[in-house]
Write a protein that binds this ligand. Sequence first.
Ligand code: KG4
Ligand code: ZN
Length: 340
Amino acid sequence: MEQEIKILAIETSCDETAAAVVVNGRKILSNSIYSQIQLHQEYGGVVPEIASRKHIEKINQVIDDALAQAGITLRDVDAIAVTYGPGLVGALLVGVATAKAMAYAANKPLVGVHHIEGHISANYLEYPDLEPPFLCLVASGGHSHLVLVRDYGEYEVVARTRDDAAGEAFDKVARAIGLGYPGGPKIDRLAREGDPDAIFFPRARIEEAPLDFSFSGIKSAVLNYLNSCAQKGEPVNRADVAASFQKAVVDVLTEHTMEAASELRMKQVALAGGVASNSALRSAMREACRAQGCSFYYPSPVLCTDNAAMIGAAGYYEYQKGVRSGLDLNAVPNLKLGEK
Ligand code: KG4
Ligand code: ZN
């Protein structure tokens, strides 16, 4: 029988305080998430200082929850995995300090995990048979990357955004049309009532790096459109704006991903990150993968947005490779994928 490695994982890089217990990188025993979204809503975005304080208040409770739901105690854990970057430094520090204290007190190995590696690994939880290599589009509030997953823990970034992340563009446009934070799910919902072809918003291409993304142009085009309507005194159909903006972003994400898959001869394509729960992106990618003969993978929404189960999956593969972090592990707010 295969040995069971239980990882206790901790994630506090942004506005979710999360802990989980994952077995062998594939099976979730518990996935406890305290979302701070409501707290940040009145400010229209995440306030770093408030996020750090709330993490401190909630972290112990969330970890206790994760262990209790898994039906185990800290003694039964084989290793502790924690996100150490990228993210908000004060927020990351809460998770890192907690993980270090627990690892020291219980004499357990500590494994520092890259947040994006976590997002990608959410696919291992959803699809127990998925194996690398595959191409993964990681689209979240802070990142828009195309990552070639060569093997477990081996990544090559083949494209990245030159300016805004996809989720950031969703959040900014949502604010401009009065939908509030976080904008992605709200635009997703409103877009269903609008016409995606009502307004054309330009899709940018970077000549010297055609797979890279740029979303600030689309966002500015939406803001210009809203301003010009206001100046002319014309009413704005918010559902049409949401649907047309969403289509522009989804077109770009889908086209670049499929081009990269074809260039790299990848037949497995996955999504990850908060924007991966967007319904229009999922259906466009499903159709594009079908047309190009690729298998398509995407985690369920709760595993797309920030959670600790994905950190437990990534942490397991790092642990198996022998990666161990010392008690000098520090938060690295701008950690690059593939850096140690
Ligand atoms: O992965 P995540 O929870 O945090 C980061 O690591 O950034 O992603 C959050 C982002 C936010 O920008 C949010 O607006 C976006 O993901 N998002 C969505 C949807 N759900 C969340 N964007 C588009 N459509 C959605 N359904
Ligand atoms: Zn994230």
